[in-house]
Ligand binder design. Structure first.
Ligand SMILES: *[C@@H]1O[C@H](CO)[C@@H](O)[C@H](O)[C@H]1NC(C)=O
Ligand SMILES: *[C@@H]1O[C@H](CO)[C@@H](O)[C@H](O)[C@H]1NC(C)=O
Ligand SMILES: [Zn+2]
Length: 308
């Protein structure tokens, strides 16, 4: 082999090692970036047996009475948050005063950031699907278990990270508080650019705590490389409303690190591989309706002397 061949091999190895991960929407055949099907080549956890997101099959979830509501701490505080285009999505950094406990999580968790997964041009872009249905958008609030200070410290603990997922539902009316989020995204068009939203309140975006008793729970991973398998996932039943105009606006604001429009930023659903998805008991209005009906029925039967 002559020198130039060595050089060629060396360079191709080098480009393989430094290949960036990307979403399917960024990938083209002549690209050197790794699409989701090839993340595992560089990030072994992405090929693990507890990966996220998943499709939740509602007929197969196990009702679990030991899944209580959450205690949200600091969610109604007015805070200044930094929004940054991270190249694959935009992160909204949260201060440590925003915390979480309850929900059968082992301890207190500090909020780190939130971000959205979206589609584009009318295409839905949630990561989790329910009975095969993809929702227009998904909000993830990332929490790290105390006393860990970073994802790297938390990743060796199966419940080191608590991720809250909210699915969006398209409505005719605008969500009254999403316009500040959309405006901020317009300020962070390119990778690395950042802006601040002042006087932001998380409780303006997410549903009221009383509407969050119903949720799905399973153990999984981060949905971007390194796909750390350290996540207690909570997918809430209650959706957040957003208008089609707001959805279109969101998907048009940012660009990927490659310069292409940042659209369809979701990982395909991953196999369950034997995991069980639990549902907090409150998530079934049907169950309580049946229980109520049973009580009424028993009373009626009891008074007519049919049962004793
Ligand atoms: C947020 O920033 C404003 C200035 O833009 C400042 O007056 C205010 O004190 C800050 N609030 C917090 C909670 O840091
Ligand atoms: C995005 O920009 C940051 C600097 O702000 C850089 O470190 C990072 O490598 C860039 N990301 C990609 C995927 O190019
Ligand atoms: Zn996410």
């Amino acid at each position: 082999m002559d020198f130039s061949l060595y050089l060629l091999i060396f360079l191709s190895l080098l480009s393989q090692c430094t290949a960036q991960w990307c979403y399917q929407s960024q990938y083209s055949c002549d690209d050197t970036c790794r699409d989701p099907s090839r993340w595992a080549a560089q990030f072994p956890s992405c090929g693990g047996l507890r990966q996220s997101p998943i499709n939740i099959v509602t007929s197969k979830v196990h009702v679990n009475t030991a899944l209580p509501p959450f205690d949200f701490i600091g969610h109604t505080n007015r805070i200044n948050i930094t929004v940054e285009n991270k190249g694959h999505s935009a992160h909204f950094a949260l201060p440590q005063s925003v915390r979480l406990t309850g929900g059968a999580l082992p301890g207190h968790y500090r909020a780190a950031q939130f971000h959205f997964h979206w589609g584009g041009n009318g295409r839905p872009g949630s990561e989790h699907t329910i009975d095969g249905e993809r929702f227009p958008m998904e909000l993830h609030i990332v929490h790290i278990k105390e006393p860990y200070g970073s994802l790297a410290e938390a990743e060796h603990d199966m419940a080191g990270i608590a991720l809250l997922a909210f699915l969006f539902e398209e409505t005719t009316d605008d969500h009254p508080h999403l316009d500040t989020v959309i405006a901020a995204l317009g300020q962070v068009q390119n990778n690395g650019s950042a802006t601040v939203i002042s006087n932001f309140r998380l409780s303006d975006i997410i549903p009221a705590a009383k509407d969050l008793h119903s949720y799905y729970r399973y153990v999984g991973s981060m949905t971007t490389p390194g796909c750390e398998q350290a996540v207690a996932w909570t997918v809430f039943h209650k959706t957040i409303s957003i208008s089609s105009q707001q959805l279109d606006a969101i998907a048009q604001k940012c660009r990927f690190w490659t310069g292409q429009p940042m659209t369809d930023i979701f990982r395909p659903t991953q196999p369950l591989d034997g995991r069980i998805v639990y549902r907090s008991e409150a998530s079934s209005a049907l169950t309580s309706a049946i229980q109520l009906w049973f009580v009424v029925f028993s009373v009626v039967l009891g008074t007519t002397g049919l049962i004793h």
